[in-house]
Design a protein around this ligand. Structure first.
Ligand SMILES: [Zn+2]
Ligand SMILES: [Zn+2]
Length: 130
């Protein structure tokens, strides 16, 4: 039985594929307004890796960048719009990948929340839904 040493994923349309080599540095839910608005989502769950462990294996030319604030780059597929990667001068040398874009499990479960104080007002009720 081979233990996996990496996980791969893709955008919605499949034009962009990536692979991330383990170990990850963290997996966490980000509730900051910038992530929420960029992804039109209640929060974004990120898996953080050293940038050299992340490889875009298909469609590098299809990746476009949205600079959501100075020094913060959010890469997305220009064909389907899926936001995939986050890099910021605030976390030099790290690439954060949207966990939902992976096809395979990564090496850890989500371990916490970031910027929880910015969470959407309807999040607590959502969490209680059976
Ligand atoms: Zn795509
Ligand atoms: Zn965020």
């Amino acid at each position: 039985m081979n233990a996996r040493t990496a996980a791969s994923g893709r955008c919605h349309c499949g034009a962009v594929r990536f692979s991330a080599r383990f170990p990850s540095r963290f997996v966490a839910h980000c509730h900051c307004e910038s992530c929420r608005r960029a992804h039109s989502s209640a929060f974004v769950t990120w898996a953080g890796f050293a940038t050299e462990q992340v490889e875009v294996t298909l469609g590098r030319d299809e990746l476009a960048v949205h600079e959501s604030s100075p020094g913060t780059r959010r890469s997305f597929c220009r064909r389907c719009g899926t936001k995939l990667l986050f890099e910021s001068t605030r976390w030099p040398g790290e690439t954060h990948i949207a966990l939902a874009a992976f096809d395979e499990p990564v090496d850890r479960a989500p371990g916490g929340h970031a910027f929880y104080e910015e969470h959407v007002a309807w999040l607590p009720a959502l969490a209680q839904t059976p």
